[in-house]
Design a protein around this ligand. Structure first.
Ligand SMILES: Cc1cc2nc3c(=O)[nH]c(=O)nc-3n(C[C@H](O)[C@H](O)[C@H](O)COP(=O)(O)O)c2cc1C
Length: 189
């Protein structure tokens, strides 16, 4: 697939078929991720992949977030919260849930750089997923259950979960989300 086609076809997938994804496929996506640029080539990422029983443990933990979502009804509205709650209940049946961890830095610039690099790595991952006929979604919502997730994924101290990625064979054709176009300013002198 052409790069631009992959960019255009990438959408967040939140509903998956039960068909599993092989370890080889996941490894290929992670291999694409680690080609991303990083400050001083620090490569501040590690991918913790949960499938099978470990995926179910992580899924159980994520389903706890549905309770906390209720606190946002006034801000987000009932419909959005209910849709989100249905999704977190089973994570769209995604067969694979990955935690992308990055080190904790005391220096805020280093921490920022780490998150930027992780974001670039995740985008590589998502693009190859599209190219491979898979669907995926970046999930940063698990803020209420971070400690349980750290434990379930076996992530060492002094690291933090930057994001989760869910992956699988899509069971939906998500609509393209609108994009703001007025985000470029050519600075004149
Ligand atoms: C940093 C980041 C965090 C995100 N967190 C969530 C999340 O917690 N739950 C979710 O359903 N989608 C999450 N998404 C997916 C976005 O909602 C999605 O990218 C956005 O709505 C645009 O839609 P698209 O990816 O289909 O183009 C996240 C995306 C990014 C980049």
């Amino acid at each position: 697939m052409e790069l631009l086609a992959a960019l255009r076809n990438r959408h967040s997938t939140r509903l998956f078929k039960s068909q599993p994804v092989s370890d080889e496929e996941i490894r290929a996506l992670c291999d694409a991720a680690l080609l991303a640029p990083s400050a001083m080539n620090s490569q501040p990422w590690h991918f913790y992949v949960a499938t099978g029983d470990s995926r179910n443990v992580v899924g159980e933990i994520m389903s706890l977030t549905t309770l906390h979502l209720q606190e946002y009804i006034e801000v987000l509205g009932v419909e959005v919260v209910e849709r989100a709650a249905r999704f977190y209940e089973d994570m769209g049946m995604a067969p694979v849930i990955i935690a992308v961890a990055t080190p904790v830095f005391t220096d805020s610039t280093e921490q920022r750089d780490a998150y930027i690099a992780v974001g670039a790595a995740i985008e590589n991952f998502l693009l190859l997923a599209v190219d491979s006929g898979l669907g995926a979604c970046n999930i940063s919502a698990p803020r209420w259950v971070v400690d349980q997730l750290m434990d379930a994924f076996g992530i060492p101290e002094n690291n933090v979960i930057a994001s989760l990625i869910i992956v699988g064979h899509p069971d939906e054709a998500p609509l393209a989300q609108e994009r703001h176009r007025d985000v470029v300013t050519f600075v004149s002198r």
